[in-house]
Design a protein around this ligand. Structure first.
Ligand code: URA
Length: 422
C-alpha cells in the first residue's frame, strides 16, 4: 500500500477497504506512515466522514496496535463507565467503589485533564501518596482485593490512538465524530471490560454543545462497542452547568468522599446512582441497590481499600489552596444560569487544569459553588469561592466568569435541562 493512495481515496470521498485501514494504522504506529500523511488523512476523514464499517475496522485496528487486557482472574463480571468530559465531573470517584460494592469488578483506566475539563487522575493525585501508574499485575491485584481500580493506562493500550490523538490535537482534527468515537472506544475495548456505560455530556462545558451531535456520537460509540462484543449503553446528560458544588482536584475529592459517606450534592448522588444501575444491568448483576451501598458504608469500604492499595493516605487532610476570593451576587433574584464552560475556564486559570500535557496542576485550586441554577439569591450573598495558591491568578479567573452567570428577576422560573436528558 501507499499512504498517498489511501489519503487520495478518502479525499475523493471513497470508502477505505479493510486492508487499507489495517495497513495505515499499523504502519503509522510503527513509523512507516509520516505524521504529515496521517494528518492529511485525519483531515480527509473529518471532512468526508466514514461508514459504520470503516469506523468499526479503524477502531479494531487501533485496539490491535497494542494488547487487549483480560480480567477473567477477577472472577466477577467487569463493567466500566466513560464520560466524554465535563466541568465538576468527579462521578468516577464515588461510582467505581459503589458498583464494586454491588458485586461487579470495575477496571477503570483514566486520563488526565486538558483545557477546561478536569481529569480523574489529577483529582486522585491530590490524595497524599496516591499513585496513578500501576503495572498490569498491580492492576489485577487491586481489582481482586478491592473490587475496583482507577489508574493510568499502560503504554501498550491502543498505542496507535496515543500517537494519533496527539497529532489531531495540533492539526485541528479532534472534532470529527468517527475519530472521537474510535479514539474513546479503542481504549475502552482494549481495557477488556465486558460492559460499558457511556456518559455523553451535552452543553457548554462539553465536547458536544447540542443534543443532536451528542446523540450521533453516542450512537456511533454504542455501535462500536456492540461490534466488539462489549455490552454498551449510553446516556445523554446535562453539562450546561457544573456537576455538584466543586470544580478542582482536591475540592472534588472532598465532595466525592461526602457522597461515599451518604451525603453530598443531590445531582452528584443522582448521577452516581443512575450510572451505577446502568453499569450493573449491563453486567447482568441484579438485586443490588447502589443507593443502599452509599447509605450502608459498603461503597466507602471499597473506596478506602482502593485508595490505600495505590499508596494513598486515605485519612490524611487534603491540600487546600493558600488564597481565596469570593464572588457575590450583584442583585436580589434567581440564579437562572451558571455556565459550565465559564466555571471550567476559571478553575483552569486558577491552576486546577493544564494548557499543555507537560504542565503541572495545583491540588487545592478551583471553584466552590454556593448556589445552583434555579435557587433564589439575595444581593451580596456569596455565589462562588475561588481557590488558588497564586493570588495573581484571580483577575484572569474573574474575566472567565464575566457573563458566566445570570441573576433573573425575583419570581422568575428558569427553563433548565434535566440532569439526564435521555
Ligand atoms: N477523548 C478521547 O480519548 N479521544 C478523543 O478523540 C476525544 C476525547
Amino acid at each position: 500500500f501507499d499512504a498517498v493512495d489511501v489519503i487520495r481515496a478518502k479525499r475523493d470521498g471513497q470508502e477505505l477497504a479493510d486492508a487499507q485501514i489495517d495497513w495505515v494504522i499499523d504502519a503509522y504506529t510503527r513509523g512507516g506512515v509520516a505524521d504529515e500523511q496521517m494528518a492529511a488523512l485525519a483531515m480527509a476523514i473529518l471532512l468526508n466522514g466514514m461508514s459504520r464499517r470503516e469506523i468499526s475496522r479503524w477502531t479494531d485496528a487501533m485496539v490491535r496496535s497494542g494488547t487487549r487486557m483480560d480480567w477473567t482472574a477477577a472472577g466477577r463480571p467487569t463493567t466500566d463507565k466513560h464520560s466524554t468530559g465535563g466541568v465538576g465531573d468527579k462521578i468516577t470517584l464515588p461510582l467505581a467503589p459503589t458498583v464494586a460494592a454491588c458485586g461487579a469488578a470495575v477496571p477503570q483506566l483514566s486520563g488526565r485533564g486538558l483545557g477546561h475539563t478536569g481529569g480523574t487522575l489529577d483529582k486522585l493525585e491530590s490524595i497524599p501518596g496516591w499513585r496513578a501508574s500501576l503495572s498490569a499485575e498491580e492492576m489485577q491485584a487491586v481489582v481482586r482485593d478491592a473490587g475496583a481500580v482507577v489508574c493510568a493506562a499502560t503504554e501498550n493500550l491502543a498505542p496507535a490512538d496515543k500517537k494519533l490523538y496527539a497529532l489531531r490535537d495540533v492539526t485541528g482534527t479532534v472534532e470529527a465524530i468517527p475519530l472521537i468515537a474510535s479514539s474513546i472506544m479503542s481504549k475502552k475495548i482494549a481495557e477488556g471490560t465486558g460492559a460499558l456505560v457511556l456518559d455523553v455530556k451535552v452543553g457548554s462545558g462539553a465536547f458536544m454543545k447540542d443534543t443532536e451531535s451528542a446523540r450521533e456520537l453516542a450512537r456511533t460509540m454504542v455501535d462500536l462497542g456492540s461490534d466488539a462484543g462489549v455490552r454498551t449503553v449510553a446516556l445523554l446528560t446535562n453539562m450546561q452547568t457544573p456537576l455538584g458544588l466543586t470544580v478542582g482536584n482536591a475540592l472534588e475529592v472532598r465532595e466525592s468522599v461526602e457522597v461515599l459517606a451518604g451525603g453530598g450534592p443531590e445531582d452528584v448522588v443522582e448521577l452516581t446512582v443512575t450510572l451505577a444501575r446502568e453499569m450493573l444491568a449491563a453486567a447482568g448483576i441484579d438485586g443490588k441497590d447502589p443507593a443502599e451501598a452509599l447509605r450502608d458504608g459498603s461503597a466507602m469500604d471499597v473506596w478506602r481499600a482502593m485508595v490505600t492499595a495505590q499508596g494513598g493516605a486515605v485519612d490524611a487532610p487534603l491540600p487546600r489552596a493558600r488564597e481565596t476570593h469570593t464572588v457575590l451576587s450583584p442583585a436580589d433574584g434567581v440564579l437562572s444560569r451558571l455556565d459550565a464552560y465559564g466555571v471550567g475556564v476559571a478553575a483552569w486559570r486558577l491552576g486546577a487544569g493544564r494548557a499543555r500535557k507537560e504542565d503541572t496542576v495545583q491540588a487545592g485550586a478551583g471553584v466552590e459553588i454556593h448556589v445552583k441554577p434555579g435557587a433564589v439569591v439575595a444581593g451580596g450573598e456569596p455565589l462562588l469561592t475561588l481557590h488558588t495558591d497564586e493570588p495573581e491568578r484571580f483577575d484572569r479567573a474573574l474575566d472567565a466568569l464575566d457573563g458566566a452567570f445570570t441573576i433573573a428577576p425575583v419570581g422568575s422560573r428558569p427553563d433548565l435541562l434535566p440532569l439526564v436528558i435521555d
